[in-house]
Design a protein around this ligand. Structure first.
Ligand code: ADP
Ligand code: MG
Length: 286
């Protein structure tokens, strides 16, 4: 059975109102190819990245995100996810192609896989860092710092030092630091990969709550099918290196999503569908 996932179509799972079932496949429905839409916050066109070592990390990578969207980049280790995120953030440069910001360059918050907190500073000082670096004095940033800590459930830990925090709490502090300036675009690079499953589930839920409250845009990088389906409105499945977009899959399940969604038949169906696309992206059978 051949499914033309390679042509950058967007798929969505049934029950498919007005959608076409892909012949010979019981779980893939073909939706309209993603149309260029208004409200695009950033778009990468034909982006390639070759490092000095000669490694081609990305090749002809096309990717757009709408304002307010929660989108995941899903792909195997080494496929260029972090490279793509760095290019979006401006920390890295494309070797070819363009990065466009139709509404002007967005303010960005970046959450790395490691929480990267300053060990000598307490939580409040760590969260305040973007203001400190921007020479904003403590009194005028105090409210924003308190609010960011409260959003991630760390209000009572303002005076704690990183060594006193669990892995999950360190990551909460790191997210608060990224949110403190209320950036339009939050880039998250496998932020929960090192956490135990229960902590990861909690942080998934809390991240969705924050996203719904703040109505900002999130680009979330993960290699977990399950995590990407749980969180995202749309999943961009990447090929192995050199990374390019293999398929885009819409996860049409409503928010708020919670443990009921995580144990639902719909969730399992989406996961199977996404796992199937990822397997094809890897060049294998599902
Ligand atoms: P991912 O985040 O999907 O695991 P990366 O974007 O980190 O992948 O890396 C993609 C490829 O580019 C990998 O083969 C990696 O080794 C290589 N790479 C990443 N950064 C550099 C660099 N600064 N110099 C050379 N090669 C790099
Ligand atoms: Mg990476």
């Amino acid at each position: 059975m051949q499914v033309d996932v390679d042509a950058r179509h967007k798929f969505t799972l049934g029950p498919a109102g007005g959608r076409t079932r892909v012949a010979g496949h019981d779980s893939i429905y073909m939706a309209q190819p993603s149309a260029p839409s208004s409200g695009t916050i950033v778009s990468l066109r034909g982006v390639s990245k070759t490092f000095e070592s000669g490694t081609v990390a990305l090749s002809n990578f096309d990717f757009s995100v709408r304002a307010g969207e929660f989108v995941s980049l899903l792909g195997p280790s080494g496929c260029g996810k972090s490279t793509a995120l760095r290019i979006v953030s401006g920390l890295g440069e494309a070797s070819a192609g363009t990065v466009e910001w139709p509404g002007g360059t967005a303010q960005i918050g970046f959450v790395f896989q490691e929480p990267t907190l300053m060990p000598w500073a307490n939580v409040a000082a760590n969260v305040r860092l973007p203001f400190t670096l921007g020479r904003t004095d403590e009194s005028s940033s105090a409210a924003a710092v308190s609010q960011a800590m409260a959003r991630v459930g760390l209000a009572e830990f303002a005076d704690a030092y990183p060594r006193e925090l669990s892995g999950g709490m360190k990551m909460r502090a790191s997210i608060a630091r990224a949110l403190v300036t209320e950036p339009q675009l939050l880039l998250m690079d496998e932020p929960f990969a090192a956490l135990d499953e229960i902590t990861r589930f909690r942080l998934n839920n809390d991240l969705l709550t924050v996203w719904q409250e703040l109505r900002r845009t999130v680009i979330f990088v993960t290699h977990s099918v399950f995590e990407s389906v749980y969180l995202s409105q749309r999943i961009v499945v990447m090929t192995p290196r050199p990374g390019r977009v293999f398929a885009e899959i819409a996860i049409d399940a409503p928010y708020p999503r919670d443990e009921r969604f995580r144990t639902s038949v719909d969730y399992a169906g989406y996961c199977r569908h996404v796992a199937d696309a990822l397997a094809k992206a890897m060049g294998g059978a599902a």
